[in-house]
Design a protein around this ligand. Structure first.
Ligand SMILES: C[S@@+](CC[C@H](N)C(=O)[O-])C[C@H]1O[C@@H](n2cnc3c(N)ncnc32)[C@H](O)[C@@H]1O
Length: 405
C-alpha cells in the first residue's frame, strides 16, 4: 500500500465518504437494466421494484435528469438524499466577460455561454502570463481569455478547426497562435512550463488526465479544467491518479465510467422518439433471442443505422437474427412481441432511475480524484460548478494554483 498524507484536506474527507457510499450501494448502480431482465437488488427491495415497473415511459422521461424527485418507495428517497448531499459542490456565478459585439458572432449561443462562464471563473491569485487552450477546437476559449492582450496558444488535432481558429484570431488582431497538434505527442509537453496556464474545457478522458500529469511534472503554476467523457480512456478499467483513490475500495470499469455521462441536455422530440423506438425494438428482439437460444443472456447488438428503424418490426428482427446466426420458427406473434418490447422499455427506463441517482456521486468521486492528485503535487485546489447543468451537464471546474510566496 502506498503512503497516505497524514493530515487530510476537506476534499480527502469528502472522497472517503463518497467512496464508502458508492461501495456500499454498488449493487444498486452497477447492474444495467437494459441488459439484465431481473436485477439483484429487486429481491431485496420488492416494493420499490414493483412500483418502478408499474410506471410509464413518460414518467421515466420526466424524472430522467432529476431522479432525486421521484416519489418512489423506500429506500429510494433516503439514497437520493445521501447522493445529493455527497455530490453537492459550491456554485459560482461569475459576471460575463464583456467583449465587443463582433467578438462572438461565429460562436453558437450555448457554446458561448459555457465558455464565458468557464473563463469568468478563472480567478487565479497570481497573474497569468500565457494561456494554453488544450484540445481547443476553434480556440474560442483561448481567444476569450486572450482578448484583453494576454498571449495565448491553442492546440488541437483537427486541422480544419485549427485553420478556422487562426482565421478568427487574425480577424480580431489578437496575440494568439493555433497549432495543429496531437496533445498526446511528446511535442505537446514542450508547451508546458511554470509560466504557462493550461485550460481545458471538455477535453475527453485520457486527454485531460494526461494534461494533469504533464502540468504537475512540468511545474505549471496554474491550471483549470472542466472534464468530460470520463470513459474515453485507452485501458479497460479506470486508473486513479491520486494515491488516495489508488487505495480506495471502489474500482471502476469503463462501463461504470459511462454512467455520469447518461445525463443529457434535453433531446428534441424526434431524437427521443428515435431513441425509444430503437431501444424498444432491441428489447423486443432480446426477448426473442433469449427464448430461441434458450440462454437467458443479453446478446450484444452493434449500433444500427437509422434505416433499420424504417423496417417493419418483423423484418428488423429477421435481419438481426440472420446477423447473429439465429434460426427463426415459421410463426411468430410479431405484434405481441413488439408490444412486450415497448412495455420492457418503460420498465427499463424506470429501473434506470435508481442507477441515475449515482451519476453525480460517481462524477464527483472522479473529480475528487483529480483534485487530490493536484493537492498531492502541492496545488491549492478549488472545485465548483461554473454554470447550470442545463447549459452543460459537464459543469464542474477544477482550479489549481501553486501559491508562490
Ligand atoms: C469536446 S471538444 C472541446 C473543444 C473546446 N475545448 C471547446 O470547449 O469548445 C474536444 C476537442 O478535442 C479535440 N481533440 C481530440 N483528441 C485530440 C488530441 N489527441 N489532440 C488534440 N486535440 C484533440 C477534438 O478535435 C475537439 O476539438
Amino acid at each position: 500500500m502506498k503512503q497516505m498524507p497524514a493530515n487530510q484536506s476537506p476534499y480527502a474527507r469528502h472522497f472517503i465518504a463518497l467512496d464508502h457510499f458508492l461501495k456500499t450501494h454498488e449493487t444498486l448502480w452497477r447492474p444495467i437494466p437494459f441488459v439484465a431482465r431481473q436485477l439483484a437488488w429487486e429481491e431485496e427491495y420488492p416494493e420499490l421494484s414493483h412500483w418502478l415497473r408499474q410506471q410509464s415511459l413518460e414518467h421515466a422521461e420526466r424524472y430522467q435528469n432529476h431522479p432525486e424527485n421521484v416519489p418512489a418507495p423506500s429506500p429510494f428517497n433516503q439514497i437520493a438524499t445521501m447522493a445529493q448531499q455527497l455530490s453537492r459542490l459550491p456554485q459560482r456565478d461569475a459576471s460575463p466577460i464583456s467583449v465587443n459585439r463582433f467578438f462572438n458572432v461565429d460562436i453558437p449561443g450555448r457554446k458561448w455561454a459555457q465558455i464565458n462562464a468557464f473563463a469568468g471563473n478563472l480567478d487565479f491569485v497570481g497573474e497569468t502570463q500565457h494561456w494554453l487552450d488544450w484540445c481547443s477546437g476553434k480556440g474560442h476559449l483561448g481567444r476569450l481569455l486572450g482578448h484583453s492582450g494576454v498571449d495565448f496558444t491553442c492546440i488541437e488535432y483537427n486541422a480544419a478547426l485549427v485553420a478556422e481558429g487562426q482565421r478568427l484570431t487574425q480577424r480580431l488582431q489578437l496575440n494568439g497562435q493555433h497549432q495543429h497538434m496531437d496533445v498526446t505527442d511528446e511535442c505537446a509537453a514542450e508547451h508546458l512550463h511554470p509560466q504557462i496556464t493550461p485550460v481545458a474545457l471538455h477535453a475527453c478522458g485520457d486527454l485531460h488526465t494526461h494534461l494533469l500529469q504533464l502540468a504537475c511534472s512540468k511545474g505549471c503554476n496554474q491550471l483549470a479544467i472542466a472534464p468530460c467523457c470520463y470513459n474515453r480512456i485507452a485501458s479497460e478499467s479506470y486508473t486513479p491518479l491520486s494515491i488516495q483513490a489508488q487505495n480506495a475500495s471502489l474500482k471502476l470499469t469503463k462501463t461504470d465510467l459511462r454512467l455520469p455521462l447518461a445525463e443529457t441536455v434535453t433531446a428534441g422530440a424526434r431524437v427521443r422518439q428515435q431513441r425509444d423506438l430503437s431501444m424498444a425494438r432491441r428489447l423486443g428482439f432480446d426477448l426473442l433471442q433469449r427464448e430461441l437460444r434458450e440462454i437467458d443472456n443479453y446478446l450484444p447488438i452493434p449500433s444500427l443505422g437509422i434505416e433499420w428503424l424504417k423496417k417493419p418490426f418483423s423484418r428488423f428482427c429477421q435481419d438481426l437474427a440472420e446477423l447473429n446466426g439465429i434460426a427463426l420458427p415459421a410463426e411468430i406473434a410479431w405484434d405481441a412481441l413488439e408490444h412486450r418490447g415497448r412495455q420492457r422499455l418503460a420498465e427499463v427506463r424506470n429501473l434506470e432511475l435508481v442507477r441515475n441517482l449515482f451519476r453525480r456521486p460517481i462524477e464527483v468521486w472522479l473529480i475528487l480524484d483529480r483534485a487530490l492528485f493536484l493537492e498531492e503535487h502541492g496545488y491549492q485546489v478549488t472545485i465548483s460548478e461554473f454554470c447550470s447543468p442545463e447549459l452543460t451537464p459537464r459543469n464542474i471546474l477544477i482550479l489549481a494554483e501553486r501559491i508562490l510566496s
